[in-house]
Structure formats: C-alpha cells, structure tokens
Design a protein around this ligand. Structure first.
Ligand code: TMP
Length: 210
C-alpha cells in the first residue's frame, strides 16, 4: 500500500475532529492529496449505521450488537473508500478507527480486546494506521466540553464510569504501541496542538519518503 494512513483517537470532547480537519488543511496546502473520513461513517451505508448506533432511542442495544455495528460500518468504509485511496497514493485521515472499538467496546463495555480484534480482522482486512494521534484530555474536562457543545448522543450519554474506563483504555493502548501512537496533550490552545501534530506528521513523511 503506497499511501499514508493517519488516525485520530480520544475521548468524546477531546477535540480530535477539529485537529483532524486542521491536519487535512495543512497537508492539502502542501500539495498532498488528502481524504478525511469519520468513524462510524464516511460512506452512505456507514452513515446510516452511525444513525442507528448513536440514536438515544436504542437504549436496549446489546453490547455485542454495538460491536458488530461499528465493525460493519468500518468494513464498508475500509473497502469502499480507504483502501482505494491508499492504493492511489493518497494520505487518508480518519477521525477514529479500530482503536476506538478496542477501547469503547473491548475495555469500556468489557467485551475484551481480543474479541474485538478478532471481530474486526474481517472488517479491516488487517489494515492498521501508520500513525495515530491520541488526544489526551482528563475525562472530567472532556465531559465539561461535551455538555457545553450540543445535545448528547447515546454513546456520549453513558455514565461517567464508562467514560473513565474509556480514558484508561486509551492510555493502556497508547502505552502498548508507542511507535505508532503519539500522545498529544489536548488541554492547550488549539494552535499549539495543531502545530505539534503538523510537526510530527512532517517528520513521519520525511522519514518514510512519501
Ligand atoms: P464521534 O463522536 O467521534 O463521531 O464518535 C461517535 C461515538 O462512537 C463516540 O462516542 C465514540 C463511539 N465509538 C465507539 O464506541 N466505537 C468505535 O469503534 C467508534 C469508531 C466510535
């Protein structure tokens, strides 16, 4: 695969979506061909699945159903959009990817990281990000930002206990793969964060020679 696959991860409210957009703009200005997707979503089918997953009406959803729906949305996005873009030499930025399932469903819901990895092996075809930015923000602060932003969806509405588990899950995963996952302190001005991310991406591209 000749392109570059970059993902953004973090708790709800950590500011990763804003940073993903800023990185896209930065790289586009340098002349790279960049695609930005979000998970769950990014294709017509995956956006429909997103609507189901995040709908507060579906409070009866079983944890395994949730895990399958995220994997199904991912399968469609990977095969319809991400793989072709990478094969075409593009830079693909994804706002969340498999790490979110490992953390939210594997650790947060308690289904287990191994089970989620197995389930997603078929969805991703083994695709892994080259570089991941984990936006690190204290879960209490993230919660404050979420409440200020807008009406909360089904996942955001989970109890503080769940979001704390998710937070610890991200720390665990980032510690396990320090070569791929860069931890970025998110409790700083927007520009400081985007500058650090741009610098790390430049370095990665130079080392890899894209
Ligand atoms: P977003 O708010 O970043 O768009 O993500 C939607 C929600 O879905 C967010 O609460 C995180 C959650 N999520 C999972 O639980 N598992 C996953 O695999 C993904 C991609 C997201």
């Amino acid at each position: 695969m000749s392109g570059l696959f970059i993902t953004f991860e973090g708790n709800d409210g950590s500011g990763k979506s804003t940073q993903a957009k800023l990185l896209k703009d930065y790289l586009s200005k340098q002349g790279f061909c960049v695609s930005l997707f979000r998970e769950p979503g990014g294709t017509e089918i995956s956006e429909k699945i997103r609507d189901i997953i995040l709908d507060n009406a579906y409070y009866k959803m079983k944890h395994m159903t949730e895990a399958y729906l995220y994997a199904a949305a991912r399968c469609q996005l990977v095969h319809e959009k991400i793989m072709p873009a990478l094969k075409g030499g593009q830079i693909v930025i994804c706002d969340r990817f498999l790490d979110s399932s490992l953390v939210y469903q594997g650790i947060g819901r308690g289904l287990g990281v191994d089970l989620i990895e197995d389930l997603n092996r078929y969805a991703t075809g083994g695709l892994k990000p080259d570089l991941t930015f984990f936006l690190h923000l204290d879960p209490g602060e993230a919660m404050k930002r979420r409440i200020e932003e807008r009406e909360l969806d089904r996942m955001e509405n989970q109890k503080a206990y769940f979001h704390n588990r998710v937070y610890r899950g991200f720390l665990e995963i980032a510690e396990r793969e320090p070569m791929r996952i860069a931890t970025i302190e998110a409790n700083r001005p927007l520009e400081a964060i985007s500058k650090e991310i741009a610098g790390l991406t430049d370095r990665f591209i130079n080392e890899r020679g894209l």
